[in-house]
Design a protein around this ligand. Structure first.
Ligand code: SAH
Ligand code: SF4
Length: 381
């Protein structure tokens, strides 16, 4: 965690960053996100709809489902800001859409910049719900960390997101728009994406996968599948589904303890997905995909960094294709959880490596602006 003196907070209005930098339309008065299923007299924000909702909305207008697909392509792939640009739709339909719908999108609420160049954004959707996302530049690369839900229902004890509850799932467009927004703000294409912001991506599986596909698509942002990583707290059925997805997306699993009792306590939301079932599902994942998953392990002093914890972690990982990421715990204000000593972290790394388990210590970025793992909070809105 950084000290207050290192914090540089800038509230950015549209004027500050320039109208042309914003890809999305302003939220207009009278708009409402369709997720609330309020249709008339207010306009429905088409960007807030997932595919099925868009099909349903178009059906309400008497249009077949292929029209919904056309509209979706205009919004996501071609990023148009006006219905008039949707040139493969009839004039009459464009007029009807302008009357009934809008092309909402994200607006910037606040932006903070860290000493290390990391930028954290609070982005607001058309219905007023907001999420945080982070851009991390390095040399000619830009990594973007995005949220998949507003808040999170999993309740992990060490995580700020988990502490502030769940609001709603994000749509594929809302997940995608975060990456597009950050890339535009940096004036650089996103070279990798981690779905490790707020929320449990696999509790919003379909929308998350659709967003990953859009990010990967040459019609979308064209980010290589191997540069798109999704992190889950360990929802076993979804890990199994993920093993069957054809793309070479990467998988990270938040482990944090390989002792069932302790994991139950630290991560109450995944209690029913036992370590044994997780281990089996991961073995199947590796068999099927031949890809190396990552286990994230935030080191908490006196909690999960004892010799017993190390032995359990070795038992869980040794002999399997995996990578262990040891993370210095980002301490939350008022929390009893503190990060482990450097000695402990080094010992874990050394012993795991000696057992043939590929292990690194992850460098945290953006700590001074609370942009690091587990520090993204749910805001009012
Ligand atoms: N919900 C998903 C993805 C978002 S959290 C998941 O849990 O995997 C992204 C990562 O940050 C996870 O590995 C999570 O366990 C970790 N994390 C949460 N709180 C943290 C904290 N205080 N310090 C370090 N890492 C933390
Ligand atoms: Fe949710 Fe992940 Fe935080 Fe757990 S660590 S509360 S699953 S965001």
């Amino acid at each position: 965690m950084g000290t207050d003196s290192t914090i540089e907070v800038t509230t950015v209005s549209r004027e500050n960053i320039g109208e042309d930098k914003l890809r999305a339309d302003e939220t207009h008065e009278g708009e409402v996100a369709a997720v609330s299923h309020v249709r008339t007299p207010q306009k429905v924000n088409l960007r807030a709809l997932d595919h099925d909702e868009l099909v349903a909305f178009m059906a309400e207008l008497g249009e077949p489902s292929f029209r919904a697909k056309q509209v979706e392509d205009w919004i996501l792939k071609k990023n148009v800001r006006s219905f008039d640009d949707m040139t493969n739709l009839s004039k009459a339909l464009r007029a009807k859409l302008s009357e009934r719908a809008s092309l909402g999108g994200v607006t910037l609420a606040t932006k903070q910049e860290s000493e290390d160049g990391t930028r954290k954004y609070l982005l607001k959707f058309a219905d007023g719900v907001s999420v945080e996302c982070v851009g991390m530049p390095s040399k000619d690369r830009l990594s973007v960390c995005v949220s998949t839900q507003a808040g999170c229902a999993m309740g992990c004890l060490f995580c700020a997101t988990g502490k502030s509850g769940f609001k709603r799932n994000l749509t594929p467009a809302e997940i995608y728009d975060q990456v597009a927004f950050v890339a535009e703000d940096f004036g650089h294409r996103a070279t990798s994406v981690v779905l490790m912001g707020q929320g449990e991506p696999f509790a919003n599986y379909d929308n998350t996968l659709e967003a990953m596909r859009l990010l990967n698509s040459p019609d979308g942002l064209g980010i290589g599948a191997r540069h798109i990583t999704v992190s889950t707290s360990g929802l076993v059925p979804q890990i199994r589904s993920f093993s069957h997805e054809p793309e070479q997306f990467c998988l990270a699993v938040s482990l944090h303890s390989a002792r069932q009792e302790l994991r139950n306590e630290l991560m109450p939301g995944v209690r029913k997905h036992s370590l044994k079932r997780l281990h089996d599902a991961m073995a199947d994942y590796v068999n099927r995909t031949k890809r190396r998953p990552t286990y994230e392990y935030a080191m908490i002093a006196g909690v999960n960094d004892t010799e017993e914890d190390l032995t359990a972690l070795i038992d869980f990982t040794k002999g399997t294709l995996c990578h262990v990421n040891l993370i210095r715990l980002n301490e939350l204000p008022g929390s009893r959880f503190k990060t482990s000593s450097e000695e402990k972290i080094e010992r874990f790394k050394k012993v795991l490596t000696a057992y043939g388990v590929e292990t690194t210590v992850r460098e945290s970025r953006g700590n001074d602006i609370d942009a690091a793992c587990g520090q993204l909070r749910q805001r009012r809105g």
